[in-house]
Ligand binder design. Structure first.
Ligand SMILES: Nc1ncnc2c1ncn2[C@@H]1O[C@H](COP(=O)(O)OP(=O)(O)OP(=O)(O)O)[C@@H](O)[C@H]1O
Ligand SMILES: [Mg+2]
Length: 378
């Protein structure tokens, strides 16, 4: 007998029963959908069995109300019983599983505690930011002082390079003085000597310009589109004499790139990296007895990048040392001879220019490679 008989098919009772069950069923169907959507969207407790059982429990509650509507007209009491038993089993599971969770839930921080924690985190974030700024300042100082140290290393060579031509100028002017006293002197001879002096003066001013550029503070230096050959020239102009004195050949092979190639860099800092690499190569090969050379090879590689290979006549670095050489303070030099900061500072300078610096094993000799981005629009 359908349930409607018990309601005497009274339309008001039917309306109240069916209307009430319909609204309850609809709400019960909507709640788990909303809950499931939230759980999946926020990815919270997606693996919790209890959440999914709770969702099933509400769905089953909805189903029992939906079946109650059907039984008003059709006596499907077996189906109704089945849903009731299922709902009962799931609800018992949910009820039993819920109690042990209460102490854990109580241990969860309250909103007030969360707000407090958030404030502490904000404070720590601020302190971290401050510390970061301090660290950057120290890093800049270390870079600056290491640059001065490497310039110091070059000072001997530079002094020599300037002193030699100065003495040539000195003797040339003396000769000129004598010549001018002599009768019937050839004008051309005087002009040749003056020309020689001019060439030497230009050479000296090139060296001094290089010094000025490299020793300029690289602090707060901006990224620029800059000629990679020019930076290289500045660095080399300071090292050339030192290499010459020690019988080291310095060869630059830039045939693979155009003279106007520009890279994205901080020129002063980049010249510091070049000087560090040249000094390192010099320190190793100066004691070799023969075949002493340093080759700088420039090439354009895929993805609009320029690669500088600093190869020297050394025999390469063994893999165990190669792993350590970029660590700060790692040095194989005698105490007082090296700080072990050259490569690590160079690495961070190049990294800040979005480039790469690495020990290149693909050469038979020792090679350090530096990769920089080619300037956009060139
Ligand atoms: N061209 C090279 N050939 C062989 N070994 C090298 C070369 N360049 C660097 N190294 C090794 O890497 C180590 C670390 O170099 P890095 O420039 O960081 O410090 P350093 O040269 O020892 O000290 P500093 O740069 O202060 O003079 C060197 O001590 C050396 O052992
Ligand atoms: Mg060094």
């Amino acid at each position: 007998m359908p349930h409607g008989h018990c309601y005497l098919w009274n339309k008001w009772i039917l309306l109240a029963q069916v209307g009430g069950d319909s609204l309850i069923a609809l709400s019960y169907f909507s709640i788990p959908v909303a809950l499931g959507y939230y759980v999946i969207k926020r990815e919270v407790m997606t693996h919790s069995k209890l959440v999914w059982m709770f969702i099933s429990f509400i769905l089953l509650c909805g189903m029992t109300h939906a079946v109650s509507i059907v039984t008003v007209w059709y006596p499907l009491y077996q189906l109704e019983s089945l849903f009731k038993i299922l709902t009962a089993l799931v609800s018992v599971f949910v009820a039993v599983s819920l109690w042990p969770l209460i102490p854990r839930a109580l241990r969860l921080p309250t909103q007030k505690e969360m707000r407090e924690k958030n404030r502490e985190l904000q404070k720590e974030k601020e302190q971290l930011r401050e510390a970061n700024i301090q660290l950057r300042r120290y890093q800049e100082k270390v870079i600056e002082s290491s640059k001065l140290a490497s310039l110091g290393e070059m000072a001997g060579g530079i002094a020599h390079e300037i002193n030699n031509p100065l003495s040539i100028i000195n003797s040339s002017t003396k000769v000129l003085e004598e010549l001018l006293k002599t009768e019937g002197i050839e004008k051309q001879e005087i002009l040749d000597r003056i020309n020689n002096i001019n060439v030497i003066v230009r050479r000296i001013s090139k060296i001094i310009n290089g010094m000025k550029k490299v020793s300029r503070t690289g602090k707060n230096e901006r990224m620029k589109k800059y000629s990679c050959l020019k930076v290289l020239e500045d660095a080399i102009s300071l090292s050339q004499e030192k290499f010459k004195c020690d019988g080291i050949d310095l060869i630059v092979d830039s045939s693979a790139i155009s003279d106007e190639t520009l890279v994205e860099c901080r020129p002063v800092q980049l010249s510091q990296v070049f000087i560090n690499l040249l000094n390192n190569a010099f320190d190793v090969i100066k004691s070799q007895t023969k075949d002493k050379w340093i080759k700088i090879i420039l090439s354009e590689i895929p993805d609009r990048k320029i690669q500088f290979d600093f190869v020297d006549s050394g025999e390469g670095i063994n893999p165990y040392l190669a792993k350590k050489i970029f660590e700060p303070f790692f040095t194989t030099k005698e105490v007082g001879e090296g700080t072990g900061l050259g490569l690590s500072i160079s690495y961070s300078i190049v990294e800040q220019m979005k480039g790469e610096l690495f020990y290149n094993e693909s050469y038979k000799n020792t090679c350090f490679s530096l990769i920089l981005n080619k300037a956009k629009g060139t």
